[in-house]
Design a binder for this molecule. Sequence first.
Ligand code: ZN
Length: 269
Amino acid sequence: MKRSNSGDNYTSYKIGALTLTSLRDGYVDMPITRLRQPGNKVFGDEQPQQVRLVDGNLRLSVNAFSLDDGTDVTLIDTGASNAWLASMGLLPEALREANIAVNRIRTVAFTHTHIDHINGLILPNGQDAFPQLSRLLVPKEELGMFRAEARLQRFHERVETFEAGQRIDANIEAIAAPGHEVGHTCFRITGGGETVLVWGDIVHVPSIQFEQPEITWEFDSDQERARASRLRIMALAADNTYYIAGAHLDSPGVGCIARSGTTFRFDPL
Ligand SMILES: [Zn+2]
């Protein structure tokens, strides 16, 4: 996979005949207490040295990814729009910079249904962000959660649920990675003999969770399952030399993962 283009808020990569683009929605700052050691313990005075802080907080990138097959563009996650903090909501600008016309986006797939992944369906002015959207792919286990988001009610009839193991099109396959949320999914994309795993929220804090994958996140709905999924997915990607693309890895959030002793290492592309 090779980097083909980039700008302030996007980076594109060629994978065979496909183009994967990392789209920067922005960032969110979180206190270090969101990190959890086994047993759901917060870090006290013995804060881990390697964790990078910005003004005393963890700064998580918020990224979405698009896949262009030359005909259509599929978008994986949509950022937060104006539903959370003003530090997010750049997706429309990122798409413009990347020269991806919103009318070409007919399919949107969610890794899971948290606020910073689904609200970009709607622009801050209330209009649809993707006027030609016809397929809205939601993990089967999270249909109820999606339908509970009142603001997104007008999308209900376009929802198509998917299950792990299912191909959502010729190039993209859904892989179960539950724990952060009950239907949390990674998307495996293959092109030209290479594979990239758009892995959603497998990692929230890259400065510690590759080296210590046992560390979880306060907002993991099931800490034990999230830990088990992270270890399994990291091993899958490292042992098969998949590229990875993460929603909260530092923008653009694309690179390689390798085993490093008993844990893992991330090498940005
Ligand atoms: Zn997230």
